[in-house]
Design a protein around this ligand. Structure first.
Ligand SMILES: Nc1ncnc2c1ncn2[C@@H]1O[C@H](COP(=O)(O)OP(=O)(O)O)[C@@H](O)[C@H]1O
Ligand SMILES: [Mg+2]
Length: 209
């Protein structure tokens, strides 16, 4: 079996990682890439009260169950399927449902923490950082959280100024230096999506020769 081509997509919250990944996925229809979102690997906070859960720091790489993440990414890399956990953001707990992920010739790892764990670097073939000015990210993030996640402006602002901003500077922004390619994403950078699509398709093709 050929090893899959593994791509990590990092960047700050609200930068547009998931948007970029969807565009890439749409262009790579023949390769039908598997997208793995690190968000599902948050530690279960079921043992804490609701107030304690809400005040946790979800922007620290330690809030992810790393051992499970490494294990499942390694298994997918080795061509095996995994039962991915599912996380409920409203209750900050892991649901009883798991989702079976089948290996694919292209695997895309999406999340703010995707370049935070050097242990995973050896498995990645391409490390991407989606780059956007902080003020643009904040506006996008608040708009998304209010429109799609039922949040109030006050709660978004409190969370951003309370933890998100500082954690971004400490943990996420520095990972830009570990990226192979930095993509400006102030606008829908279709040329960059096209270039990365070509690169992935060429690499997959080369592996099969
Ligand atoms: N290039 C872009 N230009 C304008 N808005 C964008 C762009 N990329 C993403 N968005 C919007 O910004 C918000 C956050 O994007 P999302 O992909 O969810 O970010 P992330 O996954 O990095 O947190 C969404 O509302 C999305 O539609
Ligand atoms: Mg996202």
């Amino acid at each position: 079996m050929l090893a899959p081509f593994m791509v990590a997509v990092s960047g700050g919250s609200g930068s547009g990682k998931t948007t970029f990944v969807s565009k890439l996925q749409a262009r790579l229809d023949k390769e039908s890439p598997l997208v793995l979102s690190i968000d599902h690997y948050y530690k279960d906070l079921g043992h804490l009260s609701h107030e304690e859960r809400a005040s946790c720091n979800f922007d620290d790489p330690e809030s992810i169950e790393k051992s499970l993440l490494y294990k499942q990414i390694s298994l997918l890399h080795d061509g095996q399927s995994v039962d991915r956990p599912s996380y409920d953001f409203a209750s900050h707990t892991r649901t009883d449902l798991t989702q079976t992920l089948e290996p694919s010739s292209v695997i895309i790892v999406d999340g703010i923490f995707s370049l935070c764990y050097p242990e995973l670097f050896q498995l990645y073939d391409l490390k991407i950082f989606i780059d956007v000015d902080d003020d643009v990210r904040v506006v996008r993030r608040i708009r998304r959280d209010m429109a799609e996640r039922g949040r109030s402006f006050e709660s978004c602002a409190l969370q951003y100024l309370g933890t998100v901003k500082a954690m971004h500077k400490k943990h996420i922004e520095p990972t830009k230096a570990a990226a192979d390619i930095i993509i400006p994403w102030q606008t829908m950078n279709e040329r960059a999506v096209g270039a990365i699509t070509d690169l992935i398709q060429l690499s997959v093709k080369r592996r099969s020769l």
